[in-house]
Ligand binder design. Structure first.
Ligand code: ATP
Length: 451
């Protein structure tokens, strides 16, 4: 294909002369007689090179340079300037222009400068592609565990990781589903290709479709250029579909078709793109229930759920708390430039006693906060949030003397446990306890759990 050049000058004769010369050299040329006109043209289509005069009306060559780079980061821009204002050309080079030519210029000079710019553009494009590749090859993060249930899961995974089988990861929010997906990709033969992750519940329905499948220029208003979808972008790599349970049903049908044919049709395109992708999906909702309600296609479920991994909540794998807490202490100590050697016994016993409704994510937050607050080498109970400190009160009331104190201690402990388990949400705690909200308020105050 011929390289495309946009020539911008407010003197139509210069535009015409340059277009004539460069066409003869085999380039495809377009002209614009103002900065505004140039920016419109840059928005509408892609160019390899822009040759622009610096001094123009309201929108000058500097503005064209800035916009061209913003719209097409790999574009080469050549500035034209009169000898008297050569300083501004130097300034333009600092802002990303590829070269400049001083008016009046010779034909030969133009030809050489354009040829050089084409070469340079090729290098810039290769560089951008390389940078993308490097950033795609992510560092393998460890999935830390010491619990028997998780070790068994990892053992099963070892057999599955080298294959192409789709995997569905189930588990409460914050249990590590995203981390596990990264770990699977990172250890699989697809590790050198893209790991593309998208949260199906975080993106509006219309946008999710164009993000996943891509579109052809002109497919809808605003589609000013072709866009490659995330599915074809993940070709030969891994696509992580988080919160798959929230994917709209019409998109589920389209995704199923992709899985069956290995082809993706971008919106408005009749030519498919190939997509050999391994899909890892994750959800924290009861997907079988969604199938019963007709909100999730059963045929898609079976395609995605070839291997099912259930990550237990942290409260059901207490053996993990200490090792993960230590991992977070190291991580956040170095991030916050503090030297924390560990956590004292009493504080650790509270971490183990707590129910962690937000799972590992919540443990991470608690440890980060503690690392920031710690004044000594070790994290102490003082550095933990109230919801954990309260558990200490439960322990200290363990030896009641009379039936009355026994019952009230029992009541207090139960309230504290459920209050924590519901993330200090009073409405939910009252429902769980089977009492009304006013009674709960009274009891929280009576037992000094809350002012
Ligand atoms: N076993 C683990 N070892 C080390 N870090 C972990 C572990 N499990 C989870 N994490 C960390 O906890 C945080 C939450 O994990 P992640 O985002 O993977 O959870 P998730 O289940 O995908 O959550 P959500 O359903 O809300 O998307 C991340 O920072 C992750 O790196």
């Amino acid at each position: 294909m011929k390289p495309k050049i946009l020539i911008v000058d407010d003197e139509p004769d210069i535009c015409k002369a340059l277009a004539f010369l460069l066409k003869r050299e085999g380039y495809s040329t377009t002209t614009a007689n103002s900065g505004e006109d140039a920016i419109e043209k840059l928005k509408a289509e892609g160019f390899d090179i822009v040759i622009t005069d610096i001094k123009m009306g309201k929108v000058d060559g500097m503005a064209v340079l800035e916009k061209a780079k913003e719209l097409h980061p790999d574009i080469a821009v050549i500035m034209m300037t009169a000898f008297a204002s050569i300083e501004s050309a130097v300034d333009a080079m600092k802002r990303g222009a590829t070269d400049y030519i001083v008016k009046p210029f010779h034909n030969e000079e133009i030809k050489i400068t354009v040829k050089k710019a084409i070469e340079q553009k090729k290098l810039i494009t290769e560089n951008i592609a390389l940078k993308q590749q490097i950033s795609q090859r992510m560092a393998c993060k460890d999935f830390i565990t010491n619990s028997e249930s998780m070790l068994k899961i990892l053992e099963t995974l070892e057999k599955v990781i080298p294959t192409k089988s789709n995997i569905m990861i189930l588990g409460e929010s914050g249990t590590g589903k995203g981390l596990m997906a990264e770990m699977i990709h990172c250890n699989s033969p697809r590790r050198d290709k893209s790991f593309i992750s998208i949260n199906c519940s975080a993106i509006p329905e219309g946008l999710l479709e164009s993000e996943l499948f891509g579109y052809k220029k002109g497919a809808f208003t605003g589609a000013v250029s072709d866009k490659l979808g995330l599915i074809p972008l993940a070709h030969e790599g891994t696509l992580f579909l988080d919160e798959i349970g929230d994917m709209p049903v019409n998109l589920q049908a389209k995704l199923l078709k992709v899985l069956e044919t290995g082809e993706v049709y971008p919106l408005g395109d009749t030519k498919p793109k190939i997509a050999d992708v391994r899909i890892i999906s994750a959800t924290n909702v009861d997907i079988e229930n969604k199938i019963r309600e007709g909100k999730f296609r059963e045929d898609l479920y079976w395609r995605l759920n070839v291997i099912e991994i259930k990550i237990p909540p942290l409260r059901e794998r207490k053996d993990d708390i200490e090792v993960i807490a230590k991992h977070f202490i190291n991580k956040f100590s170095s991030e916050h430039k503090k030297i924390i050697k560990g956590i004292d016994k009493e504080a650790m016993s509270l971490l183990i006693a707590y129910s962690w409704p937000g799972n590992v994510r919540e443990l991470g937050n608690v440890i980060e906060r503690a690392v920031v607050l710690a004044d000594s080498d070790y994290i102490t109970v003082e550095n933990l949030p109230d919801k954990l400190k309260m558990l200490k009160m439960v322990e200290h009331t363990a030896q009641p003397s009379t039936l009355k104190t026994y019952l009230s201690d029992y009541e207090k402990n139960l309230i504290i446990r459920l209050y924590n388990a519901h993330n200090r949400n009073k409405e939910q705690t009252a429902i769980a306890l089977g009492i009304d909200l006013a009674t709960l308020y009274r009891k929280l105050k009576k037992y000094g759990i809350e002012e």
